[in-house]
Design a protein around this ligand. Sequence first.
Ligand code: ZN
Length: 152
Amino acid sequence: MSVLRLPRAVYNTLRAHGEETYPHECCGALLGRPTPDGWLVESSVRAGNIRTDSAHNRYQIAPIELVRIERDARRQGLQIAGFYHSHPDHPAQWSATDFAEAHWLRSSYVITEVAHGKAAVTHSFLLAGTTEEDKRFEQEKIHVIDDPPASN
Ligand SMILES: [Zn+2]
């Protein structure tokens, strides 16, 4: 089982983002570095949810925003480790739509349930597999790191 390592500040921030946009979904990206058993996240980036048609149960990051996020990550020597979004009044489990729209193999997809406006359970799923045809979500452990790695 892989492990997603999240600094406490990032963990709190992505959960707070879900409370802020409730009853709509929030979404964003996670930046970090790969380790042998999962991602070590260093920061998160908020994204606007462009799915205004049904923002309560859909999320999508605009392609141009994604390009910008990726460029900023590279500039910091980081990679896109994954994405996060919220499930207002729904469990922190991926939906069929989440799976269909997940294309970043080996990235972590973090989902936070926001129940009645309060962040509840947070889970992470690694998009495993090598192609779009054999991709699958595997639940991974979230380790919240209290002491952020020393930066230079
Ligand atoms: Zn979802």
